[in-house]
Write a protein that binds this ligand. Structure first.
Ligand code: AFP
Length: 331
């Protein structure tokens, strides 16, 4: 039997091979630990009274689930005491949380601790998204400005998918690797090495209940994908958790799109801790991510809870979306 590669072993190898700073490996190790704690709590939430609403709204106006609050606290606890993180921006926090001052604390964590939390009460997939930036300001303590960096400045990003298994997928900018949690060992083991996003795919993910509010060109695109008689037909798969839908695109190709609507001219998704980290990963795997107007990675970030339309997945599928957006029809 070949001994599997653990997440921590892999991080150490990457550190030695690519001279990736050891601090990045430590931060990712910590992310792996937080993911294990969350996986355990999410799976037993129904047994310990941890499902349902808290009764409050979060920083972006969404109803807060008990698991949202719990997940946010786990992320804060996991990164507060290691001395490397200067600040955390989270979907569940109104403002950037300043963690640590001084020379050692050179990293900024941006996170959606529990993506797709409306799925928790029905046992469906949820996720955690994270992006890590280097601190840019030079004062003794960090400021909110450190979190307002474009995706091009990410030094590491990834997600954890809590689904039929728990998977951690990450990149530090040269490749994308995926690890599956072996619950009996309590270890993430390398299961998806050097993931490449297929050039095309058979599925698309979008909330079609907003169809009437989309731009007519995007309506045409959805009609085109949904035309069962066409060679271009795609099958709809929509989970309500961005992580789960993007994970499918990453492994099997296809695309996810959340366009602007009348009510939400910038779409629903958050640029800093949802769109940018996933764009970083998908691009590293050979896919593409755009807002329709610009590459997600290059969008200027002016506030931590800023929204952006998102189109992400296989290169050719995202290209096709762009063609429809501009011309209203297939090329
Ligand atoms: P929640 O975390 O509030 O459930 O939002 C999840 C999410 O940000 C993303 O994961 C989904 O793809 C998207 O919103 C679903 O939004 P709609 O319900 O509008 O389709």
């Amino acid at each position: 039997m070949n001994l599997p590669t653990t997440f921590n072993g892999h991080l150490w190898q990457q550190h030695r091979r690519s001279e990736q700073p050891i601090e990045i490996s430590i931060l990712l190790t910590q992310m792996g630990f937080a993911a294990k704690v969350l996986a355990q709590e999410i799976s037993r939430a129904a047994l310990v009274g941890n499902l349902g609403l808290v009764g409050e709204k979060n920083a972006t106006g969404d109803a807060q689930k008990k698991l949202d609050v719990f997940s946010n606290q786990i992320m804060i606890d996991a990164f507060s005491n290691i001395g490397l993180v200067a600040a955390i921006a989270s979907e569940e926090l109104d403002q950037v949380k300043l963690i640590e001052c001084g020379q050692q604390a050179q990293y900024i964590l941006c996170t959606d601790p529990l993506d797709g939390s409306s799925n928790t009460d029905t046992g469906s997939a949820v996720g955690t998204i994270f992006g890590i930036y280097r601190r840019q300001t030079t004062g003794y303590c960090s400021t909110e400005a450190d979190a307002l960096q474009p995706g091009t400045e990410l030094v590491a990003a990834g997600y954890v998918l809590y689904g039929t298994s728990t998977m951690l997928v990450y990149s530090t900018g040269s490749r994308v690797d995926g690890f599956t949690l072996d619950p009996s060992l309590g270890e993430f083991l390398l299961s998806h090495e050097n993931i490449r996003c297929p050039e095309t795919g058979k599925t698309y993910s979008a909330n079609l209940s907003y169809y009437q509010e989309w731009h007519p060109h995007i309506q045409n695109f959805a009609d085109y994908l949904g035309d069962r008689k066409s060679h271009a037909a795609h099958t709809l798969r929509y989970s309500g958790a961005l992580v789960a839908d993007v994970h499918r695109c990453l492994l099997e190709g296809g695309l996810y799109f959340y366009p602007p609507t009348e009510d939400q001219p910038d779409g629903k998704l958050r640029l800093l801790y949802e769109c940018a980290p996933l764009a970083f990963l998908v691009e590293q795997a050979g896919g593409r991510a755009t807002s329709g107007q610009a590459r997600i990675m290059e969008l200027e970030v002016t506030s931590i809870h800023q929204r952006s339309p998102l189109v992400i997945g296989s290169q050719s599928a995202v290209d096709l979306y762009q063609t429809f957006l501009e011309q209203g029809k297939a090329p």
